[in-house]
Design a protein around this ligand. Structure first.
Ligand SMILES: [Zn+2]
Length: 360
């Protein structure tokens, strides 16, 4: 069976937060917005509080643990809200997503950074109290509304935006791998033509406009290039990965994340290197992988394990590979049998190409 999932409504543009009440009001009468405690206070000044539904805000710590979800669910119940919003980084969005799912009420996703393609998805990552991933929890349905304020995202550090491009870079290659192997997507079927097209368009947009968009983000100027890449990072990549499927780039990310020394690196930064390793697995030519490496460099993404903070690269490669290929891992969505040797060889070749491009 082929399946695809989407948010019900997607709104993106400068000042989009001003339309919060009006847009959320399509789905209920009383919204409770869970607001990331790390957000600059002035972000809330732009939150449209009238026009559709009534809006109350609750500042929350960015944590998505089982206890935090329980607390948030309780808070929502007591508030009498019939809509929940998560406003902030990934953890607060996932907190709202998971709590809304418990209560089976509409969810509004309001990302304030574009560091990954998670905002449009039905995936909530649940952590334990030590900040280790406990489980990937797929909620019953995708967000009813995704509200993306370009001004807010453009004002955030450009490193987040670059990381989002790294995550978006993986989408086409992973979707393509799943189509080639017949592997399933993340919504209970196999990929649709639309998912494949979204993934391909995502790659085209970031390739053409990525460098300019990052430059614009560094200068805090919302431009056409910025808007296009923002949509690619959040909407196109979101549809592409969830309805198309994931593969080796994210498996290598999971392997790299085993190492303590990379904990300061962002998801999309690790994925960006994972893409290079995925391409070596799929027998892309050196020239093609060099092109991807140069793209990564042009948008401020790493192309080597050293840049991810790994000090003893040779000794770390077997550890990364072992984790990346463990039974049930998404690397087995690739159209070839990935062994320990093959995974290590892919990492070494990606590393060598990345290093050569850095020195070029
Ligand atoms: Zn990702």
């Amino acid at each position: 069976m082929k399946t695809s999932v989407f948010p019900s409504r997607y709104v993106q543009g400068p000042g989009a937060l001003m339309r919060f009440s009006e847009e959320a009001g399509r789905f209920g009468t009383r919204a409770l917005a869970l607001v990331d405690a790390n957000l600059p206070e002035n972000v809330l000044d732009g939150l449209g509080m009238t026009g559709g539904c009534t809006v109350t805000t609750q500042i929350v710590n960015p944590a998505c643990t089982p206890a935090a979800v329980e607390d948030a669910t309780e808070t929502i119940c007591q508030s009498g809200a019939d809509i929940v919003a998560g406003l902030g980084g990934g953890k607060v969005i996932d907190l709202g997503r998971a709590a809304a799912d418990v209560l089976r009420i509409p969810f509004v996703s309001v990302p304030t950074v574009a560091a990954s393609d998670a905002p449009c998805s039905a995936l909530a990552v649940i952590y334990d109290e030590e900040d280790r991933v406990l489980k990937d929890h797929f909620v019953w349905r995708n967000p009813d509304l995704v509200l993306v304020d370009s001004d807010v995202i453009c004002a955030a550090p450009a490193r987040f935006f670059s990381a989002g491009i790294g995550d978006a870079l993986a989408t086409f290659y992973e979707c393509d791998a799943c189509i080639n192997s017949g592997a399933g997507n993340l919504c209970g079927g196999t990929g649709t033509q639309l998912a494949y097209s979204a993934a391909r368009l995502c790659l085209e947009i970031i390739t053409e406009f990525g460098e300019q968009a990052v430059e614009d983000c560094r200068n805090n100027i919302v431009t056409d290039a910025f808007e296009r890449v923002l949509e690619a990072n959040i909407l196109l990549s979101g549809i592409g990965f969830e309805s198309g499927g994931v593969g080796a780039a994210h498996a290598f990310h999971n392997g790299i994340s085993e190492l303590h020394e990379v904990h300061h690196m962002l998801h999309g930064e690790k994925v960006a290197f994972g893409v290079m390793a995925e391409l070596t697995l799929n027998d892309y030519s050196d020239k093609d992988i060099e092109k991807v490496a140069r793209f990564n460099m042009s948008v401020g993404l790493p192309v080597s394990l050293d840049e991810l903070g790994i000090t003893s690269v040779d000794a770390s490669i077997p550890t990364i590979a072992t984790r990346a290929i463990r039974p049930g891992e998404i690397i087995h969505n690739e159209p070839m049998t990935v062994t320990q040797d093959l995974a290590e060889a892919a990492l070494r070749r990606a590393q060598a190409i990345g290093r050569s491009q850095l020195q070029a």
